[in-house]
Design a protein around this ligand. Structure first.
Ligand code: TXA
Ligand code: MG
Length: 431
């Protein structure tokens, strides 16, 4: 791993650039050129200044996309790309996603042949054109061959012959990239192993002192990373589930036979309960996370007994995704669940709310504090709040987090369950 920038070496400034109109496509169908708004505003000036900083600085910048916050740097300069790995504390053998503002930037990267100043053919492989047409800008990353003599820094591709690229659906991000005038390499802006950040606050929490600039565009809409697809092989494959579902991809001509080429923890034979520390940690809060798949039974009594061995009055985080009153379903009939507040408490800028409750036993002794987060109904709502909820429970020092899984089908449920299985210390299934 590259040397790691410790906390509190740099002054980190969060710049508020929320809720503005920053630009638009010259032609929204062609997506060939992104134009910056000609109206002067403090926000556009701030983005302009940040873009110019990125052209020379070797420190990456935190910025929002529609999926999660990215930690961006000039993808054409090795020193700048290395700065990402240093700030994140991430091993540099992982390829990074390239972010472009428009298709002309992508075509330039592919170093197309020109005859009399005109393209001899479109350098973007035909298979991708209908997909780009339908889903860009959006939460979709495609793999392309890195041409000989590529402008991309070798650190971006981690030695692979391909690179991953996407056009984010965020005016702010598109304007930043366009003003920088270079594609930006950007992984999620969390410290390595932590849940991906969906607010500027999350980025500040993880990277304060390690970077100088965070652009705050408010909470991300989607909440999980982009779907990564490879259309250079036959049949095309999904390499990482994300904000765009397999069903949506299969509706596109040429992509009907797309298959998934990733394996989830539950398919790797890692039947729960797994030994803590054995797994590759990812998307993980500090607390132990137990994931209950498809209505697996929650043995609340057992959980409480384990916890009270080393923590006096433990705090139990609950993340639930259905209408059920989960604490009661957990079989905590040994105790009485009482609300601490009549109102829910807001725990996060992304509007995550929790019910604070207390669990008593039959002799009226306080056994646990409960922080109960409901993520709304439908996989989109769950995706939107998931990483925020894990972080919010961490900030409140939950000793253990119990998560109710969702059925692994449709919309972006596959991405949600994929991230949860990676975050979980234990996965419990229905027998
Ligand atoms: O939504 C997103 O995709 C976010 C935002 C910031 O845009 N970015 C993101 O980047 O999640 P990152 O670096 O955390 O994810 C990179 C992942 C790799 O782990 C790998 O799965 C895939 O993208 N990837 C990138 N380039 C690849 C390549 N050449 N071949 C195979 N997979 C690649
Ligand atoms: Mg990431």
């Amino acid at each position: 791993m590259d040397s790691y920038i410790p906390h509190n070496v740099l002054d980190t400034v969060v710049i508020d650039v929320k809720g503005q109109q920053f630009g638009k496509f010259e032609d929204p169908v062609a997506k060939e050129r992104w134009l910056i708004s000609t109206e002067r505003s403090a926000a556009v000036d701030a983005i302009r200044k940040t873009a110019s900083y990125m052209r020379t600085s070797n420190l990456p910048v935190g910025f929002p996309t529609e999926t999660v916050y990215g930690l961006g740097a000039d993808a054409t300069r090795s020193d700048a790309v290395r700065g990402i790995y240093k700030a994140k504390g991430r091993p540099s053998d992982n390829p990074l996603i390239i972010h472009i503002s428009d298709l002309s930037m992508l075509r330039d990267l592919l170093l197309p042949e020109k005859v009399n100043g005109n393209l001899s053919h479109d350098p973007i492989p035909e298979i991708y054109l209908p997909l780009i047409n339908r889903f860009w800008p959006g939460p979709l990353t495609i793999l392309l061959r890195n041409p000989p003599g590529s402008k991309l820094a070798p650190e971006v591709t981690a030695g692979l012959e391909t690179f991953g690229v996407r056009m984010p659906n965020s005016e702010l991000a598109l304007s930043l990239i366009s003003l920088a005038g270079v594609p930006l390499a950007a992984p999620s802006a969390n410290a390595s192993t932590k849940p991906s950040p969906t607010t500027a606050e999350h980025v500040l929490h993880d990277l304060r002192g390690r970077i100088e600039t965070i652009l705050d565009g408010g909470p991300c809409q989607v909440g999980v990373e982009s779907t990564v697809v490879d259309g250079l092989c036959d049949p095309p494959v999904v390499l990482r589930p994300g904000g765009l579902s397999l069903d949506e991809i299969r509706q596109v001509p040429g992509w009907e036979r797309t298959v998934k080429a990733y394996k989830d923890e539950s398919e790797l034979g890692s039947a729960a309960p797994r030994a803590p520390g054995m797994k590759y940690k990812h998307y993980s809060p500090k607390a132990k996370v137990i994931l209950y798949e498809s209505c697996a039974e929650v043995n609340g009594k057992q959980i409480l007994e384990q916890l009270t061995i080393d923590v006096r009055v433990p705090t139990i985080g609950l993340i639930h995704t259905s209408e059920q009153d989960w604490p009661r379903c957990a079989g905590w009939d040994l105790g009485i669940v009482r609300s601490k507040n009549d109102d829910v408490v807001r725990v996060d800028e992304a509007e995550i709310v929790a019910m604070e409750r207390e669990l008593y036993d039959s002799s009226d002794k306080l056994r646990a504090n409960l922080l109960d987060i409901k993520l709304g109904s439908g996989s989109k709502a769950v995706a939107h709040g998931l990483f925020s909820a894990l972080r919010a429970l961490d900030l409140r020092d939950a000793d253990i987090i119990l998560v109710e899984g969702i059925p692994d089908d449709g919309e972006i449920a596959a991405a949600v369950m994929n991230r949860l299985r990676k975050a979980a210390t234990e996965i419990r299934k229905t027998k």
